[in-house]
Design a protein around this ligand. Structure first.
Ligand SMILES: [Zn+2]
Length: 208
């Protein structure tokens, strides 16, 4: 499985594609949270003194992503937030990005992969070709796990995730910049660059 950093980068890409329209920091952080939410399955194990006990179970399935989206939709509706369906789809997509990254990563712990099609079938699936390496997690208690994850292997794993995902992040940023340029009204100036949507500099900039 990739590290939280890899999952957060994937969440950033998902937000750039589907979440930019909301222009809201809560939506941004909600998308990032959703991208790592599947790994909350560490929590019950941490409480019981065995962090790996429930990891890579049913939270790593398309069914869980659907339930997550439905729960988000319900919670947003309760809070009387507008565009609840679009937001729920955004958060479910970010949750799904987690499954994609895990599917394409090395997994050295049995059973390998994730029960992707739970609750229909309990079979575990993993891609025949891995794009990402495996974060090594020592078996044992929480302290053993925390002490063991800070290793050279895991540092290299994270660096490799960044190398693989950075092209997607750059593409997403360019896409976002292009969208903002198109959406900005003609004649309005970007506060950051002082350039309008037609590429003209503001009068303040030019001294006119
Ligand atoms: Zn995971």
């Amino acid at each position: 499985m990739p590290s939280p950093i890899g999952h957060l980068l994937a969440g950033y890409v998902v937000h750039s594609i589907r979440g930019e329209r909301f222009q809201n920091k809560l939506v941004f952080f909600g998308t990032l949270f959703s991208a790592v939410a599947a790994d909350l399955d560490f929590l019950p194990g941490i409480v019981l003194g065995d962090p790996n006990r429930f990891h890579h179970g049913i939270t790593h399935s398309i069914g869980a992503a659907c339930f997550y989206g439905i729960a988000m939709w319900g919670a947003l509706r309760c809070c009387r937030v507008s565009k609840t369906l679009l937001l729920a789809l955004l958060f479910a997509s970010a949750y799904g990005s987690h499954l994609v990254l895990d599917f394409f990563s090395v997994d050295n712990s049995d059973p390998r992969g994730s029960p992707l099609f739970w609750p229909l079938v309990d079979t575990y699936y993993i891609a025949p070709v891995s794009l990402f390496l495996d974060i090594q997690r020592p078996q044992g208690g929480t302290l053993t796990l925390l002490a063991g994850v800070f290793s050279m292997h895991n540092l290299l794993t994270i660096l490799w995730e960044v190398v693989v995902l950075i092209p997607f992040v750059i593409w997403a940023q360019q896409r976002r910049a292009e969208k903002q340029r198109v959406l900005r009204p003609v004649g309005s100036f970007d506060a950051l660059t002082g350039v309008d949507s037609l590429g003209r500099r503001s009068s303040k900039e030019t001294g006119q």
